[in-house]
Design a protein around this ligand. Structure first.
Ligand SMILES: [Zn+2]
Length: 335
C-alpha cells in the first residue's frame, strides 16, 4: 500500500462482505496491526501465512489498533492476546457497549433487534431469532481492550505518526487512523468503497446515529485528502471523492424517505417497503432477512434525522412508532 504498509484480506466465510482487510505496519522494531479479523480458524491461518511473506510471526505483533467493536474487526485480537500478551486498543466510545455485554442486563439480541417491533416489523423480529446467540459466547469473545483510544491522540508507530480521529456512526466508538505524512487514511468501516456502511448495529445504540455518522463524514472530509484504506473492499485513491458520494447518497435518501410518507402516518417498516434498495433498486421483500433488518434500521435513522430537522413528526401508537410530515417546507441539504 505504501512503504512498510501491507493490506491483508482475511476471510469471513458465509458473510456477504467475504473478507475484512487488516493492515500491517512494519517498523524496525515493531509490527502493528490495524484491525485483527474475526476469531476463526481460517482467519488465523491466513494471517499467519500472509505475515510469513514479510518474515513476521503472529506472536511478533505487539499491538492491535482496532477501528470498532464489530466481531470481524475485534475478536481475533482478543484471542491472540491470550496467547501472546499483545496490546489491544479501541475507541473509548465503545466502552458502553462493552459494559452492556459484560453486565448482561438485557440479552444482546433484545438490544440489537428489539427495535424492530417499534418499527412495525414484528415478523422480522420473530424471524431474527436465528441471530440470537448465547450471551456467554458473546461475552467470551469480548474481553475488554488494554487501553482506550481518544480523539486527537497521536500514536507513534516507529517513525510513523497516526492521528486518532473519532468517527461515531457505524458504531459509537468507531475511529479512523490518519497518517498525514504518508497521506493514508485507515478508514475501518467508516467509509467503504462499494456500499454505504450500516449505521449503529451495536449493543448501545445512540439516539441519533445517522446525525453522528454524517457529522463524522464532514469531519473527515475536512482533513487533507488521503488514500483510503478501507476494512472491506479495494483501496480508493481519494477519500474525499468517496465521502462526497456518501453524502450525496444520504442527501437523496433523506428526500426519498420524506417523499415516501406522502400524506399519511407510516410506520418505519411501511416506509422501508416504499423505498427501493441497493443499486439494483430492489423491493425490501426481495432481500434476505439480515439485509431487511439493516434496511429497516436505516429507514428509521433517516426518519429520526428528519424529525430532528423539524421536517417530520413522530408519535407512538400501541408501542409502534408512526411518522408523518410536519407541514414545514422541505429544506434539507447536506451538500
Ligand atoms: Zn463494522
Amino acid at each position: 500500500m505504501a512503504p512498510n504498509v501491507f493490506r491483508i484480506p482475511l476471510p469471513l466465510p458465509g458473510d456477504t462482505l467475504r473478507a475484512v482487510n487488516v493492515y500491517l505496519l512494519l517498523e524496525a522494531n515493531s509490527a502493528v496491526l490495524i484491525d485483527s479479523g474475526q476469531f476463526l480458524e481460517v482467519a488465523r491461518k491466513q494471517l499467519e501465512q500472509s505475515l510469513g511473506l514479510v518474515g513476521v510471526e503472529v506472536g511478533d505483533v505487539s499491538e492491535f489498533l482496532i477501528t470498532h467493536i464489530h466481531r470481524d474487526h475485534y475478536t481475533q485480537a482478543v484471542a491472540l492476546r491470550r496467547e501472546f500478551k499483545s496490546r489491544v486498543r479501541i475507541g473509548i466510545g465503545e466502552k458502553s457497549s462493552f459494559e452492556i455485554i459484560e453486565r448482561r442486563i438485557e440479552t444482546s439480541f433484545e438490544r440489537q433487534f428489539g427495535l424492530l417491533s417499534a418499527c412495525g416489523a414484528d415478523d422480522l423480529y420473530k424471524e431474527a431469532r436465528v441471530f440470537s446467540r448465547g450471551d456467554d459466547e458473546i461475552a467470551k469473545l469480548y474481553e475488554r481492550p488494554d487501553d482506550w483510544l481518544y480523539e486527537g491522540m497521536a500514536l507513534q508507530i516507529g517513525g510513523r505518526t497516526l492521528d486518532v480521529v473519532a468517527t461515531p456512526g457505524h458504531t459509537r466508538g468507531h475511529v479512523v487512523f490518519h497518517d498525514r505524512e504518508a497521506k493514508l487514511l485507515f478508514a475501518g468501516d467508516h467509509v467503504l468503497p462499494h456500499i454505504t456502511p450500516s449505521i449503529a448495529l451495536e449493543a448501545d445504540r445512540p439516539p441519533l446515529p445517522l446525525g453522528d455518522y454524517l457529522g463524522s463524514l464532514a469531519k473527515v472530509r475536512q482533513l487533507p485528502d488521503a488514500r483510503l484504506l478501507p476494512a472491506h473492499g479495494p483501496v480508493i485513491e481519494s477519500g474525499h471523492l468517496r465521502i462526497d458520494q456518501l453524502i450525496t447518497h444520504h442527501d437523496l435518501r433523506l428526500r426519498q424517505t420524506y417523499d415516501a410518507l406522502g400524506d399519511r402516518r407510516c410506520s418505519v417498516y411501511e416506509v422501508a417497503h416504499i423505498l427501493k434498495w441497493t443499486r439494483r433498486l430492489r423491493d425490501l421483500s426481495e432481500m434476505d432477512l439480515f439485509n431487511k433488518m439493516l434496511a429497516t434500521f436505516e429507514t428509521k435513522y433517516h426518519l429520526d434525522l428528519l424529525v430532528a430537522m423539524g421536517m417530520v413528526i413522530v408519535a407512538e401508537e400501541e408501542s409502534i412508532l408512526t411518522y408523518s410530515k410536519s407541514g414545514r417546507a422541505y429544506d434539507v441539504s447536506l451538500r
